[in-house]
Design a protein around this ligand. Structure first.
Ligand code: GDP
Ligand code: MN
Length: 387
């Protein structure tokens, strides 16, 4: 689960990480009150959407007057913001953050994440703030430094200084960075975050550090112990099909291709996607119906896949280990009868009672193709999608 920038900044304040003063609003009539409470005569208007790249997409604007702040808030609220990270469908803007502008002397990058290679929490830092970190990593990897935190002793002062020197900070800034990093580490651990990113972390005109942007991703598996964070969830920012899948305990991720995939087991799902790609098409989704796939879940999975208008053909790939293939075949037949299908479907069954299952499908009178070998199934579904 992701948080909005203003929610992340709220958490930052609780951990003494400095951020600009700001007020989130969801109606342009509130601009005046927000601006008044912040003071000054210029304001930053920031679209609150679960994506980066807002600045370049017109989602972050510096307003020189109250009228401009009002008109920018009005323009953004209710609009759909498309950035290089969102895909063409974009994300709806229901809230904007009105902020006191900061005069920026330097833009830095700082993040905390779980480094799977070292199995530790790591800090990543770069002097190239404000830029897309993936681009920095690709073009100038030497500009990124990483430190990993020993879980027994926690984040150490010397590690903070290491990053401070890499940034070229001086004097009091070094202590400020240390306080920010300690706050981030505490926040990361206490809230079960999987990523916290500050891009940019800025040095302002007085030489002080503050977080101009804030992004927090939380570990979904730990949300059950954070009722307060769960309340911040904004479903309008999430893929509707992914949310529906979660409701039925289906592991579903939307992708951009044309082959709908229904598979049991995450590893088999990955292998199935690989084979689809190998034979020249792109998967429309990742979908793991789980080990105990029932007829009902198979039906829900079919509905999900078919609700994606990009799907040109469906590949069902089930291994009957925990479940029996004849039961799965029953489920597929029930699902297809209920949902109806408008695109070709290829089914590959393997494992317990596979032969019985395939025969049921072949004699069902439904327009289902079967295959008993994964390569043949992948080739068939790719050809059907193209034709
Ligand atoms: P993102 O584009 O979604 O990552 O949104 P950010 O919050 O990072 O804002 C994008 C850019 O807008 C920043 O990198 C800054 O260059 C600029 N910006 C945001 N807030 C301020 C501000 O208060 N003052 C100034 N001068 N620039 C700002
Ligand atoms: Mn940013």
């Amino acid at each position: 689960m992701n948080l909005h920038e203003y929610q992340s900044k709220g958490l930052f304040r609780n951990y003494a990480i400095p951020v600009p003063d700001g007020v989130p609003i969801s109606d342009a009539v509130d601009v005046e009150n927000a601006a008044e409470s912040l003071g000054g005569d210029r304001w930053v208007v920031k679209a609150q959407v679960h994506t980066g790249g807002r600045g370049k997409a017109g989602g972050v604007v510096l307003a020189d007057s109250l009228e401009q702040a009002h008109s920018e808030a009005q323009r953004l609220l209710g609009s759909v913001l498309t950035t290089h990270q969102t895909g063409p469908q974009g994300l709806p803007v229901h809230e904007v953050l009105i902020e006191k502008p900061t005069v920026i002397a330097r833009e830095l990058y700082l993040s905390v994440l779980v480094d799977r290679a070292t199995r530790r929490v790591a800090f990543m830092a770069s002097q190239a703030g404000g830029m897309n970190i993936e681009e920095v990593a690709a073009a100038t990897p030497e500009k990124i430094i990483t430190i990993s935190v020993n879980p027994v002793v926690g984040l150490q002062a010397f590690q903070c200084r290491q990053i401070a020197f890499a940034y070229g900070l001086e004097g009091g800034q070094i202590g400020e960075l240390q306080a920010i990093m300690q706050g981030l580490y505490k926040l990361f651990m206490e809230k079960d975050a999987s990523l916290i990113e500050i891009n940019p972390l800025v040095v302002d005109e007085e030489g002080h550090l503050l977080a101009l942007d804030a992004k927090i991703n939380l570990d979904d598996n730990a949300l059950y112990r954070h009722a307060d964070l769960l309340q911040m969830r904004d479903l309008t920012q999430e893929d509707a099909r992914e949310a529906a899948a979660a409701e039925h305990q289906l592991n579903y991720i939307s992708l951009n291709g044309t082959i709908g995939c229904m598979v049991n087991g995450a590893g088999l799902a990955m292998a199935t996607m690989d084979l689809v790609k190998l034979h020249g098409a792109e998967p429309a989704n990742f979908l793991d119906v789980g080990g105990g796939a029932t007829a009902e879940r198979v039906a829900e999975a079919f509905k999900l896949i078919l609700s994606d208008s990009n799907v040109k053909a469906v590949l069902v790939n089930i291994f009957g280990g925990i479940v029996r293939c004849d039961l799965i075949a029953e489920g597929i037949i029930a699902a297809v009868t209920e949902v109806g299908i408008s695109v070709p479907v290829v089914v590959r069954l393997e494992g317990t009672n596979a032969q019985a299952g395939l025969e049921m499908l072949n004699h069902s009178g439904l327009n289902l193709d079967t295959a008993d070998d994964l390569t043949a199934a992948a080739q068939k579904v790719v050809a059907l999608a193209a034709g």
